[in-house]
Design a protein around this ligand. Structure first.
Ligand SMILES: Nc1ncnc2c1ncn2[C@@H]1O[C@H](COP(=O)(O)OP(=O)(O)O)[C@@H](O)[C@H]1O
Ligand SMILES: [Mg+2]
Length: 503
């Protein structure tokens, strides 16, 4: 007792406690817990993984000391982590190579070599929700039984953090992958619309094969939701679904995101990083917004799709990846090919099974079910009692053009559940563009938000109303915070709200 090591440990625990009292978001807390884990156990790395019940996967969301490993997933039930989770019991192994439960799949994903580990279940109100582990201690005697107790305590802090984050709905980062309501965001409402039903039938058939599927349709029609469904229905459901948005990144970044890079490939490449193709090995890779991919990358992608192998940026090792590719775009790809903006040969590669999802205005019969679904989803997320729409609000929803499709509908309903003070969502809880009458009910144009027949004063009023509502929604109805968001004095906000007829 009281040796220099204990004093050191104590110091580190106190430092952790200090960080925890000031940490605001769960990511910060989990990073602090994992950093402390690495230090306290003289470990090389530590990680935390959460169960995604819906996808039947274990998602590694937070890591420390594992280089630049991005969050990744493995099928549930595998390896030592699988054992810990299934049995709810901790495992210490000072030589994993001799532990028959050790699979090495995780090492293959991270590029890290595990020699020893201690892994404990992560609990939320007594329920196992994941696990936490420390990897490779440098101490001569390896991990001890006391380490197991200490890690259990640290996992307790992590578990409590997640519980709190979930309850406060503050979570925007960690575990985003796996909260059950996150899965609700990938749920598909059955459709009564013949076009949609036909599209789904094609997708179900295609799911059985390894065929490349190209999803077309306007923004917000549900292309990503459909891609995830294809994955879930496929034989690859137990493996990863990896999505990448081709429009959000510069060509150079996108290339290293897709194919990974070796250590030293470019300035700042301090570690080897696996690309999405490798992370999706055995699973599905979803290339979103493929129509926006830069021409030079189109050429590289085509080669990979043809040869099913590639090199990481800055490397010459050939990597094979068994990946099923799904792609989506809201562009008219055929027209893009004709205009020379998209490679014809890549288009034909992708165009094996092509499914076009209809815009929402062409499937109005689904509106009631979708409204109910989005209202339920939003109320669940904000822990409100379920809200319905009153007749007037429903009439507005049914007469609107929905240029932003299901995404716009989801946002409108979500906002309405926040604004709504009674037990039914009313017309006043919906944004003004829905109520603009005749013009708004015309088929959607590129910009339906500012009908041209409004006077300037009316248009301004609409903009003000929308803006104030947005600020109020963003601040959960807190007028002081909303005023700060709008950059005005709370008294002015209160006057403005009265002018606009807002409660
Ligand atoms: N079939 C569906 N049932 C319920 N919600 C859906 C469905 N399709 C899409 N959504 C919801 O609509 C929004 C937009 O879907 P998304 O797949 O991102 O569209 P896209 O990729 O076409 O832009 C998301 O909030 C999603 O949850
Ligand atoms: Mg999308």
């Amino acid at each position: 007792m009281g040796g220099p090591e204990e004093a050191d440990q104590l110091r580190r625990l106190i430092a952790l406690a200090q960080t925890l009292t000031s940490a605001r978001d769960p990511d910060e807390v989990l990073t602090a817990v994992l950093t402390a884990t690495v230090e306290l156990f003289d470990a090389d790395g530590a990680s935390l993984a959460l169960i995604d019940t819906d996808a039947r996967q274990l998602a590694f969301t937070s890591m420390e000391g594992l280089g630049k490993t991005r969050p990744f997933r493995i099928p549930l039930g595998q390896g030592i982590a699988g054992h810990v989770i299934n049995n709810g019991e901790a495992v210490v192994s000072n030589d994993v190579s001799r532990d028959p439960r050790f699979l090495g799949d995780i090492d293959r994903k991270t590029g890290f070599t595990t020699t020893s580990l201690v892994c404990v279940p992560l609990l939320e109100r007594g329920r196992v929700i994941g696990c936490m582990q420390a990897l490779n201690t440098r101490r001569p005697n390896g991990f001890s039984g006391e380490d197991l107790e200490l890690l259990t305590a640290l996992a307790g802090i992590a578990g409590a953090t997640l519980t709190r984050a979930r309850r406060d709905r503050a979570v925007r980062t960690v575990g985003e992958l796996l909260r059950t309501d996150e899965n609700a965001r990938h749920e598909m409402v059955p459709s009564k619309n013949p076009k949609m039903q036909a599209a789904l039938q094609v997708l179900r058939k295609a799911a059985d094969s390894n065929a490349t599927v190209l999803l077309l349709g306007e923004s917000g029609v549900g292309k990503e939701v459909a891609a995830r469904a294809v994955h879930r229905w496929s034989a690859r459901a137990e493996s990863a679904f990896v999505a990448i948005n081709c429009v959000a990144l510069t060509p150079t970044l996108l290339e290293s995101e897709l194919f990974g890079h070796e250590k030293g490939a470019f300035t700042g490449a301090q570690h080897r990083k696996l690309g999405k193709f490798e992370l999706a090995d055995g699973g599905t890779l979803f290339l979103d917004e493929i129509g926006d991919m830069a021409p030079e990358l189109q050429t590289k992608l085509l080669r990979v799709l043809q040869e099913r192998e590639f090199q990481r940026v800055g490397g010459n090792e050939t990597v094979h990846a068994d990946v099923r590719v799904l792609a989506a775009t809201n562009h008219d790809l055929k027209a893009a090919v004709a205009a020379g903006r998209f490679r014809g040969d890549l288009y034909y590669r992708l165009n094996v099974v092509t499914v076009t999802l209809p815009p929402l205005r062409e499937r109005r019969e689904d509106l009631p079910a979708l409204v109910a679904h989005f209202a339920r989803r939003a109320c669940n997320e904000t822990k409100r009692r379920p809200l319905g729409l009153d007749g007037e609000a429903m009439a507005l929803v049914e007469s609107y053009g929905w240029p932003g499709n299901l995404r716009e509908l989801a946002n409108v309903i979500e906002r309405a559940t926040v604004l709504c003070q009674g037990d039914k969502i009313g017309a006043a809880d919906l944004p003004p563009e829905l109520g603009a009458g005749t013009l708004a009910s015309l088929p959607a144009t590129a910009d339906a938000s500012v009908p041209a027949d409004l006077s300037l004063a009316e248009a301004l009023r609409n903009v003000k109303l929308a803006h104030v509502r947005q600020a109020l929604a963003a601040s959960n109805g807190n007028q002081i915070r909303a005023a700060a968001l709008l950059g005005i004095h709370p008294a002015n906000l209160s006057r403005l709200m009265k002018d606009l007829g807002l409660r």
